[in-house]
Design a protein around this ligand. Structure first.
Ligand SMILES: Nc1ncnc2c1ncn2[C@@H]1O[C@H](COP(=O)(O)OP(=O)(O)OP(=O)(O)O)[C@@H](O)[C@H]1O
Length: 498
């Protein structure tokens, strides 16, 4: 066995994030780790990568016991990790990012030409294509993902840990990544893949380890299992089918007319975009990321200002207004990036939950701790948010649990209009079911929802109408009945429907 982790336990105070976990990896194997948010997947991998020390347990590489005091130790032993959030220098070139830490050159002189050549050779050897001279910030997420993998290959990794690698990728980029993993494993590289996407896991993994509450509930062979068994091992129950009841849409809660935003290179980022959302309907926006969706949401929520056009929320003209005024007009917003727009990493769970609710809870100018506690602990229960306490800083929540907290906070604003951008990014299948169920409940209660998601299955499951964005324009609109993955895919790629 290439790698063996035995009886790994990790305690944070009284809380055990890992409880006696056994995990093994063969050379050339792709081994997926799945489990609910907070099940302990990332913690186990941080231990393997030397970012955390286990409270007890042993790690053996090729039969020899090892201990890693830091990632540097792990890298030297041939272990590389690609994190959930890319850790590249945006203003550097791809080549510079790959060789950083071990640059070619003599003394203090960096040999740029050699760096480009080395990266070209690396791409050739491992069959992955990137332009070494491109600046990272100008490349797509799929390219940045490849750069992260090439970087660990350059560092000499034989074991590559990928922590939720497909979260920000388009369907095509996901296919390319899965293909690259298969190719590299044929060349003898071994992968540990943390993922919530069971279809991807069943496509690429040889074995799957399932974690629940910090312990292993099963290790299964891909050929001897299916998505049902894995979800049962993960959640402890079968998942329910969602029921989308027929509705009659009401008044417009969002009306966007001829919205435009100029780009830096003359090409418009948004070009005369008009759309509306009525009370009680979910309007899905599909599109490959980078086609104007993010900017559209920033304009609607007041985080950026348009160059032309008009925005009305709940019947009030909010064009050019500040985010706070727009929220008061009737907008709640589950933001696309939970770390940038959704939370302050140093704030507690309670303070993060309170944001936006503070004015409502204020009685005679005072906020009562008891009221805040009751509100936030209700959500913690309803959404199974795993946290030490309400005073825990959000930086210690697992990614999916922070997402659930933000979703709960925004769903509970009780506004007529809600933006839900990537509402289930990084959450487990049980939490996804809860969030989808809650969005449908809000819809039945009359909230109008603009759903922007890179997951076509999510768009198709929830939307009453689907708009497709392509190059800053609405390229097409389909009703729930008409919409299929194929038709949406065609419009997303710039095609037209006959
Ligand atoms: N430094 C820390 N202090 C306290 N608790 C922590 C710390 N790091 C992690 N935890 C807790 O340990 C648990 C396991 O977290 P981990 O990030 O391993 O979960 P995960 O399975 O990767 O979840 P997700 O799918 O949401 O990423 C969580 O409940 C988390 O809040």
């Amino acid at each position: 066995m290439l790698l063996q982790m035995d009886s790994i336990t990790k305690k944070y105070g009284e809380f055990s994030a890992n409880r006696g976990i056994d995990f093994s990896l063969r050379a050339g194997e792709v081994h997926a780790i799945v489990g609910e948010n907070g099940a302990g997947k990332t913690t186990l991998m941080r231990i393997l990568y030397g970012m955390e020390q286990p409270t007890s347990g042993t790690i053996r590489l090729n039969g020899k016991e090892v201990s890693f005091a830091s990632p540097l130790d792990a890298i030297q032993s041939g272990i590389g990790m690609v994190h959930q959030h890319f850790m590249l220098f945006p203003s550097f070139t791809i080549a510079e990012n790959i060789v950083i830490g071990n640059e070619p050159g003599a003394g203090a002189v960096f040999d740029r030409k050699q760096a480009v050549k080395t990266v070209e050779e690396l791409c050739e050897k491992f069959g992955m294509k990137v332009d070494p001279q491109a600046i990272v910030s100008s490349t797509a997420p799929g390219v940045q993902q490849r750069v992260e993998i090439l970087k660990v290959l350059y560092q000499g990794a034989d074991i590559i840990i990928l922590d939720e690698p497909t979260g920000v990728l388009t369907p095509l980029e996901v296919q390319e990544l899965l293909e690259a993993i298969k190719q590299l494993s044929k060349q003898g590289k071994s992968f540990i893949l943390i993922s919530h996407k069971l279809n991807e896991v069943l496509d690429v993994a040889d074995r799957i380890t399932v974690l629940r509450d910090g312990a292993v509930t099963g290790v299964v062979d891909k050929h001897a299992t299916d998505a049902h068994e894995i979800s049962r091992l993960m959640v402890g129950r079968e998942l329910l089918e969602l029921d989308r009841k027929p509705i009659t849409p009401g008044d417009k809660v969002l009306e966007v007319t001829d919205l435009s935003l100029r780009g830096t290179k003359g090409k418009p980022v948004l070009d005369a975009v008009s759309l509306s959302v009525r009370a009680g309907e979910i309007v899905g926006v599909a599109g490959i990321s980078g086609n104007g969706q993010s900017e559209l949401l920033q304009l609607i929520s007041g985080l950026a200002q348009p160059d032309g056009g008009r925005i009305a929320v709940a019947g009030k003209d909010v064009t050019g207004k500040a985010p706070r005024d727009i929220r008061e007009s009737g907008l709640a917003h589950i933001p696309e990036d939970r770390y940038v727009w959704g939370a302050n990493r140093t704030a507690t769970v309670m303070d993060t939950g309170l944001m936006g609710h503070h004015r409502r809870l204020q009685k005679s100018g005072l906020l009562k701790l008891k009221d805040i506690r009751a509100l936030v602990s209700g959500w913690v229960q309803k959404f199974s948010i795993k946290t030490g306490s309400l005073e825990t800083s959000t930086q210690y929540l697992s990614g999916g649990n922070l997402q659930k907290l933000i979703v709960a906070r925004e769903l509970e604003q009780g506004t007529p209009f809600l933006i839900a951008a990537e509402p289930t990014r990084g959450v487990d299948i049980g939490a996804m079911e809860t969030i989808h169920g809650e969005l449908l409940k809000r819809r039945e209660e009359g909230t109008g929802i603009l759903l922007v998601s890179s997951e076509l299955t999510e768009i198709l499951k929830l939307s009453d109408r689907v708009l497709v964005m392509y190059e800053g324009r609405i390229a097409g609109e389909l009703s729930a009945k008409e919409a299929t993955e194929e038709k949406l895919g065609l419009l997303m790629a710039g095609g037209t429907l006959q």
